[in-house]
Design a protein around this ligand. Structure first.
Ligand code: IMP
Length: 201
């Protein structure tokens, strides 16, 4: 995978605006080679996701964390849209249950024996300047199917029930590299990375 080109003076701090450890691991992997000094958002800084779209929430989180810390910030808003559930849980994916196991259990219960198992993961990743202005945002989508029961132990969230027919694997059965290649978040970062080096400070 080609690395973004950075002029030498562009080493700068980027606050990662997430408290989700699974997301954080993936975002750190995608950003590690880029010459940014990554810093976690202060844990007490909790941004309420009041937006009605993934883009609105990603931009809101990046912008608010940037303004609160006075640094550049990056945020991702993502979720699962299930065709037979009219796109639910969508932007409410994190709020569908208290734990990953409960969220998966609710999803499988609501889907029941529905034969249409089509679904997609969506990820919008946004970068904000220290003053809260959004510098850039990109979207990634990955289509797949919802299994009848969990399979695999890797990843996080709904990964054990999200199956890619072409790879014959769930996200939870993939290596980190495979999930990067096929996932919504991997695709959003793939679109974002070439633009990072062109940001002006
Ligand atoms: P939010 O972006 O903080 O609103 O949370 C998105 C929620 O969607 C996460 O808490 C997960 O439940 C789910 N989600 C997002 N991306 C993934 C993924 O790559 N695998 C599994 N679940 C995900």
């Amino acid at each position: 995978m080609p690395k973004a080109q950075f002029p030498l003076l562009k080493m700068t701090k980027l606050v990662v605006a997430t408290g989700n450890p699974g997301k954080l691991r993936e975002m750190q992997t995608y950003l590690v080679d880029l010459g940014w000094e990554l810093q976690l958002k202060p844990p007490e800084l909790d941004i309420e996701e009041t937006g009605e779209t993934f883009s609105a929430n990603a931009c809101l989180k990046a912008s608010e964390v940037a303004k609160a810390t006075g640094e550049w910030a990056i945020a991702d808003d993502s979720g699962l849209q299930v065709d037979a559930l009219g796109g639910a849980p969508g932007i409410y994916s994190a709020r569908y249950g208290k734990t990953d196991a409960q969220r998966i259990e609710r999803l499988l219960r609501e889907l029941g024996n529905e034969p249409n198992r089509g679904a997609q993961f969506v990820c919008v990743v946004a970068i904000s300047r220290p003053d809260g202005a959004i510098a850039i945002f990109e979207t990634g989508i990955c289509r797949g199917e919802i299994l009848h029961s969990p399979c695999g132990t890797g990843g996080f969230g709904y990964d054990p029930v999200f199956y890619l027919p072409e790879q014959q694997l769930t996200f939870a059965e993939m290596t980190v590299e495979m999930k990067r290649r096929y996932s919504h978040r991997g695709k959003a970062f793939e679109a974002l990375l070439p633009h990072l080096g062109k940001l002006t400070f």
